[in-house]
Design a protein around this ligand. Structure first.
Ligand SMILES: Nc1ncnc2c1ncn2[C@@H]1O[C@H](COP(=O)(O)OP(=O)(O)O)[C@@H](O)[C@H]1O
Ligand SMILES: N[C@@H](CCOP(=O)(O)O)C(=O)O
Length: 318
């Protein structure tokens, strides 16, 4: 469980009172997650998730919270942030940290997905991209290329020569891709940018929601799709591509929004970009850890393997 900040029952009661969400019955720290402090709040009116933001600032947060609200209103199943009944604000303060209370989604994460789950994620991802076109706020993906360039020199001293060589050469390749005309032609908009298996809820084969939008930002839609393919349609042990699950996700995505010529051209490059992004962030979290109770850093070598697989076996679109 990642609980960086302990919240007392009294603090939770005071927050619930301001939002008129009922009387507190239980406050429980949530297992899983590595970025923020999360609690389940149960009241006599329902269940909610309280998040205290540990890295994001009050200036950055409205983009994410209003995006969730916008998508929820557009019919995409995402948790809707709850407002203070007097001020109407959806960004709160708890224990001196910016905080949000959102609806608790039903269902559970599907950690061993089949093709049917990948198809459901692909179709909903495309619907989410289209719904995001009318969202007016803008904020870059804060874990995009500039952050990779900034963070690579910090993690490089911790790597052996082979891994360091791969990181340097892939970063050079991604800077080259980002300067290309095909890249400039990619459609873009608000993207989730971290839609892994543990950030989607299912009830059986029925997708019940996308959550954890706190790495979202304006970026290419293709990057978002690549991040999903790199998690949902690979063999976790080896990092190898799983053709059946990838085909299901791509076909379902394209059933809603067909890929453009530039997207088809750059899919392999973006799969590599998605692997590099999470390799760097996992290295950073692993070698420069933060204090939190029961925080479990993700294994960085997993994304080194995924990246090597993506380079050695470029995906072919039929
Ligand atoms: N809106 C929600 N509905 C249901 N469960 C949630 C919701 N938000 C978070 N959770 C639960 O909390 C866990 C950690 O949340 P997550 O957003 O991944 O953490 P972090 O903000 O640290 O990335 C999730 O794996 C999930 O079980
Ligand atoms: N999905 C990322 C890191 C963020 O993890 P989350 O559990 O907080 O969504 C990874 O796997 O590296």
């Amino acid at each position: 469980m990642a609980v960086f900040t302990e919240v007392s029952d009294n603090e939770a009661r005071e927050l619930l009172r301001r939002m008129q969400l009922g009387d507190l019955q239980s406050l429980r720290g949530i297992e899983g997650g590595i970025e923020n402090t999360n609690y389940f709040l149960t009241t006599d009116q329902g269940e909610w998730v309280l998040t205290l933001f540990e890295r994001l600032s009050a200036e950055q947060l409205p983009f994410y919270l209003h995006l969730m609200k916008h998508l929820a209103h557009a019919g995409i199943p995402v948790p809707e942030p709850q407002a203070d009944r007097n001020s109407g604000d959806i960004l709160h303060q708890v224990c001196g940290k910016p905080a949000a209370v959102v609806q608790k989604l039903s269902g559970r994460s599907q950690l061993a997905p089949a093709a049917v789950h990948c198809a459901a994620v692909g179709a909903m991802l495309a619907r989410m991209h289209l719904a995001g076109r009318s969202y007016e706020r803008s904020q870059p993906n804060l874990r995009g290329l500039p952050w990779w360039n900034e963070t690579a020199p910090i993690v490089l001293p911790h790597l052996d020569p082979a891994a360091a060589g791969l990181l340097r050469s892939e970063l050079a390749y991604q800077n080259h891709i980002a300067a290309s005309s095909a890249y400039a032609a990619l459609p873009r908009g608000p993207v989730h940018a971290d839609l892994f298996r543990d950030n989607v809820m299912f009830d059986g084969e029925q997708l019940t929601g996308f959550f954890d939008f706190y790495f979202a930002g304006v970026d290419t839609w293709l990057f978002d799709l690549a991040v999903c393919l790199n998690d949902w349609s690979i063999d976790l042990a080896s990092g190898a591509h799983d053709a059946e699950r990838a085909r299901a996700m791509l076909a379902a995505y394209q059933g809603v929004r067909p890929l453009t010529a530039a997207e088809r051209e750059l899919l392999c490059a973006m799969l590599r970009a998605g692997a590099l992004r999470f390799w760097i962030s996992r290295l950073w979290d692993f070698h420069l850890p933060r204090e939190a109770s029961m925080l479990k850093a993700h294994d960085p070598t997993h994304f080194e393997r995924v990246l090597r697989q993506r380079i050695a076996h470029p995906l072919r679109l039929d």
